[in-house]
Structure formats: structure tokens, C-alpha cells
Design a protein around this ligand. Structure first.
Ligand code: G7M
Length: 286
């Protein structure tokens, strides 16, 4: 039985425990606690309204304090996955990480059979596409079943400030698992996401295309093609070089060579406890 608490402060805060349901059974849950960015208009209020200010150290013109805030200025965004599967618990627990360099052959021989053997549900994706969940949050939709997509705020973003703007574009077409499946056949879809997604964000949130980081994750957590849109100024989790692939680069590579992503090596990080690492080790590739 597990209960994971993760803060996005570095290093992450972790705790383990169990949650009791109304029936008294203990059920696994993941609770993610995130301190949200400051809102500029609150800064004056925040400095005036603090409940206590404790000096920690002072040296010449430098000093540091512990500033304690009233609850309304001290909000913590809380995401709950309940009931959580063992895979959810593992995903959020902190472990040593290793870099894998996956060739096209490795993908076919190791990664793909592994993905196909897994049953990690993408029901939440289908719920969004079918308007069974989050329908009121949709920012933009191109309803074309082949080249269309839904643009929606990522659930990591509370939409209160643009500093950590985070949306995802989820394609309508099913069966495109990840970057690895893309060929030039998908360029019209990718162009739509790039063009229409960017325009919709500019219209709704006022951020220009040049202020956005638009990318895929490889490996993704969910194997249904989606694109991340984050504010360029935001150091979003998962935007590091071993995971993020800019949509513009991907389109360019596919224009050069339709089979680019079936052939090229792709690096990604895996945690020590992830079964994919074991698969690569057993294949003598890690
Ligand atoms: O590329 P990757 O699979 O790693 O990213 C999936 C993205 O989907 C992450 O940024 C998640 O925060 C986001 N996400 C995951 N779930 C389960 C949901 C959800 O239920 N709703 C929304 N809006 N975003 C989600």
C-alpha cells in the first residue's frame, strides 16, 4: 500500500503512507504538491500581509529571511491520482536515472514489444477527445479525424498565470504511439498543430509563437500522440534535452527523410526501477 507525496521543489519531497477510503480499506494514491509561481500583482500584498518575518542571516548588504504568509497567499496546487496503480506509484517515486540510447532496431526489438505488453490506460485521452471529460476546458479543436486535434490546458497548469503556461494538443487519430511512428504522412497533422495551436494560444492567452516551446516527449508517459506547448520562459518538467523534441525540428527532419524517426537513435532517461531499463539490460543494450 503506498501514498506518494511529491513536491516540484528540488530535490522532490517524497513521503509514503496509505489512504483510507470511506469503506475503511487502504488504497494507493498519488498526491503531487506544487508551489505555484507568484503572481506579480500579489507581490505588494504578500510583502505587507506576511504573518512573520524571521531574519536568518545578514552579511554586508545581503540578508535572508523566512517569510510566513497567510493561507490565502500560500496556495499549494494539489493533484490527486486515486486509486493509483503500482505504475503510478513508481512513476512518481524518486530513483537513480540512467540514459539509454535507443536505435531504430532497439525500438523494434525491445521497446515496441515492451510497450505492447503494457496496459497503461489512456482512457483520460479518449475521454478528452470524446468530450466525456474536461470538455469545458478545451481551448481549440480541429475536428478532422485524421489531421485534427484538441488543444487543452495540461493538468499541471492552473491557468492563473502565464508564467507556467502549459497546454497539450492531443491528435484525434488513434494508433500513433509516439515520435517513433511519425513519417511524412503525418506532416499535415503536425503543421495543423503547429499553426492552429500557436494561433489559438496567441488569441486566448496573448503569447506569440516565438514565446512558446512546442515539443514531444520521448519516451512519452502515454502512447497516444500529443504535443506539449509551454511558455518559453518556464523551465517545464520534462523539457530537458534527453526528453524534449521540438515540433519544428521534427517536421524538418520528416521533410528531409520520411523514415527519419524509424532510423535515428533517440536517447531517453529511465529510472532504476523502470521495467524498460531491465528489458534493455537483458537485451545487452544498457
Ligand atoms: O508526453 P507525456 O506523455 O510525458 O505527457 C503527458 C502530459 O499529459 C503530461 O504533461 C501530463 O501532465 C498531462 N496529463 C496527464 N493526465 C492524466 C492528464 C489529464 O487527465 N488531463 C490533462 N489535461 N492533462 C493530463
Amino acid at each position: 500500500m503506498g501514498f506518494v507525496v511529491q513536491g516540484i521543489s528540488k530535490p522532490p519531497l517524497l513521503g509514503k503512507g496509505a489512504v483510507s477510503s470511506a469503506s475503511g480499506d487502504e488504497t494507493d494514491a498519488v498526491v503531487i504538491l506544487e508551489k505555484i509561481p507568484f503572481q506579480e500583482e500579489n507581490i505588494t500584498e504578500l510583502l505587507k500581509k506576511h504573518t512573520a518575518l524571521h531574519l536568518q542571516m545578514s552579511n554586508d548588504i545581503y540578508s535572508t529571511y523566512r517569510l510566513l504568509l497567510p493561507p490565502e497567499l500560500n496556495e499549494i496546487k494539489t493533484t490527486v491520482v486515486y486509486p493509483a496503480t503500482e505504475k503510478h506509484l513508481q512513476k512518481y517515486l524518486c530513483r537513480a536515472v540512467y540514459l539509454i540510447r535507443e536505435t531504430g532496431e532497439d525500438y523494434k526489438n525491445v521497446t515496441l514489444p515492451f510497450i505492447e505488453s503494457q496496459s497503461f490506460s489512456i482512457q483520460w485521452v479518449y475521454n478528452i477527445l470524446e468530450k466525456k471529460a474536461e470538455a469545458d476546458r478545451i481551448i481549440y479543436e480541429n475536428p478532422d479525424p485524421i489531421n485534427g486535434f484538441v488543444l487543452i490546458p495540461d493538468f499541471k497548469w492552473n491557468q492563473k498565470q502565464l508564467d507556467d503556461l502549459y497546454l497539450i494538443a492531443i491528435c484525434h487519430r488513434r494508433g500513433i504511439k509516439s515520435l517513433r511512428d511519425l513519417t511524412d504522412e503525418h506532416l499535415p497533422l503536425l503543421r495543423n498543430i503547429s499553426q492552429e495551436g500557436g494561433e489559438a494560444i496567441q488569441k486566448r492567452f496573448g503569447l506569440m509563437k516565438t514565446q512558446l516551446r512546442v515539443y514531444f516527449h520521448y519516451q512519452p508517459s502515454y502512447y497516444h500522440l500529443h504535443v506539449h506547448f509551454t511558455a518559453l520562459s518556464y523551465d517545464a518538467p520534462g523539457c530537458s534535452v534527453e526528453r524534449a523534441h521540438l515540433l519544428s525540428d521534427v517536421m524538418y527532419n520528416l521533410e528531409l527523410d520520411s523514415q527519419y524517426y524509424q532510423k535515428c537513435p533517440l536517447a531517453f532517461a529511465v529510472r532504476a526501477d523502470e521495467p524498460l531499463l531491465k528489458e534493455f539490460q537483458e537485451a545487452g543494450k544498457a
